[in-house]
Design a protein around this ligand. Sequence first.
Ligand code: SF4
Length: 66
Amino acid sequence: MREIIIDTYLCSGCGTCVELSPEVFRLGDMTGKAELVTVDPQITEAVYEAAAYCPEKCIEFFPPRS
Ligand code: SF4
């Protein structure tokens, strides 16, 4: 099972990931930074796309996508 890791230190709260994959990402009410909507989301192509377009490059996967 692959996990999504968000580096919230680097996250600028731009909302790009939320626009591209709103079923997986949202912005935290208190932090204004990206967080996961559910604990164990399904990682679809839209999620990989969100990571690719993240301007801070702070969405990663473990284990990494080969
Ligand atoms: S796209 Fe990246 S920088 Fe923007 S809110 Fe999402 S995780 Fe944060």
